[in-house]
Write a protein that binds this ligand. Structure first.
Ligand code: 5GP
Length: 289
């Protein structure tokens, strides 16, 4: 029987030093990708052994604006194996990757209308606030008749209007949708939404169930996403600890939440809000589909 080769201690030390050097090179390349100093496509020209052996997955995840969800989507759409190393990516696959990145950079001529719905307290505002920082995303500012909360900014969180002003806006056909929710009225002003869509931006509406149903009926091309809490107890905790609601409002919101959770199957996608960053990434991926 042939025995495995044995290395002398000097040979082992040399192999160890080589592995450390390769790791260092790869870390250097990843940070250069992250800072935009080099592009993914520069790597396919690199003939150094340590780069040829680098996993494509590790390189992709280092590209700015690309998270795990988008990496998964890129592998799914291009059909490239997740185990592929840089040295094994063929010319056709490089072209497919180029298309993926062009898709990321060029906004479509008309943006997507994305509805984010789900029970009060599930974390929709935190999610949509993070979407405001994403390129090519625009988050609609609703009008409401409810009282402004401590910490909220007029015209930024909501356009706070009187009941009369809201009714006048309904009469003037100024809303894309509107609904009553636990004693107040909420509506999406249609004009800025249309303008943002025409600019190719993905427009996000953070609205409750009845508004989402109106959008489903009037804009069938819209993408409807429902956000679920990890559990009922977690939803109760979040809503209570937020400290924004009176006991009566809290009770009404929890009652409404049961109705909303029962309607989750009406939506195109249901995302569980365990980690905000993951939900945001998932939403960005869905908009790119
Ligand atoms: P809150 O009072 O907690 O800010 O909002 C109450 C509910 O109204 C939330 O579910 C929120 O998503 C929803 N909402 C906010 N703006 C609009 C809107 O323009 N239209 C509809 N239909 N619901 C909205």
């Amino acid at each position: 029987m042939k025995l495995p080769p044995t290395l002398s201690s000097a040979e082992r030390a040399a192999a160890g030093a080589k592995a450390i050097e390769a790791r260092r090179e790869r870390a250097f390349v990843k940070s250069a990708l992250a800072s935009g100093e080099i592009s993914l496509f520069d790597l396919f020209q690199d003939t150094r052994y340590c780069i040829l052996r680098m996993k494509l997955m590790d390189a992709l995840i280092s590209v700015p604006g690309v998270g795990q969800k988008r990496v998964d989507l890129i592998f799914e759409r291009t059909g490239i194996s997740k185990r592929r190393r840089i040295g094994g990516v063929g010319a056709k696959q490089i072209e497919l990757l180029r298309k993926e990145f062009l898709l990321m950079k060029t906004p479509p001529s008309v943006g997507k209308l994305i509805v984010v719905s789900g029970p009060s307290g599930v974390g929709k505002s935190t999610i949509t606030n993070q979407l405001k920082n994403q390129k090519n995303f625009w988050v609609s500012v609703s009008a409401t008749t409810r009282a402004i909360r401590a910490g909220e900014k007029a015209n930024q969180d909501y356009l706070f209007v009187s009941d009369e002003q809201f009714d006048q806006m309904i009469k003037n056909n100024e809303f894309l949708e509107w609904a009553q929710f636990t004693g107040a009225k909420y509506g999406t002003p249609v004009k800025p939404v249309k303008e943002a869509l025409a600019k190719g931006l993905n427009v996000v509406l953070e609205i409750e169930l009845n508004g989402a149903r109106q959008i489903r009926k009037n804009s069938p091309e819209a993408l409807l996403v429902f956000i679920e809490p990890p559990s009922w107890a977690e939803l109760e905790n979040r809503l209570t600890n937020r400290g924004t609601e009176s006991a009566q409002s809290l009770e009404m919101r929890l009652e409404k939440a049961k109705e909303e959770l029962n309607a989750a199957s009406e939506f195109d996608f249901v995302l569980v809000n365990t980690k905000v960053e993951e939900v945001v990434e998932e939403l960005v991926s869905l908009a790119l589909r």
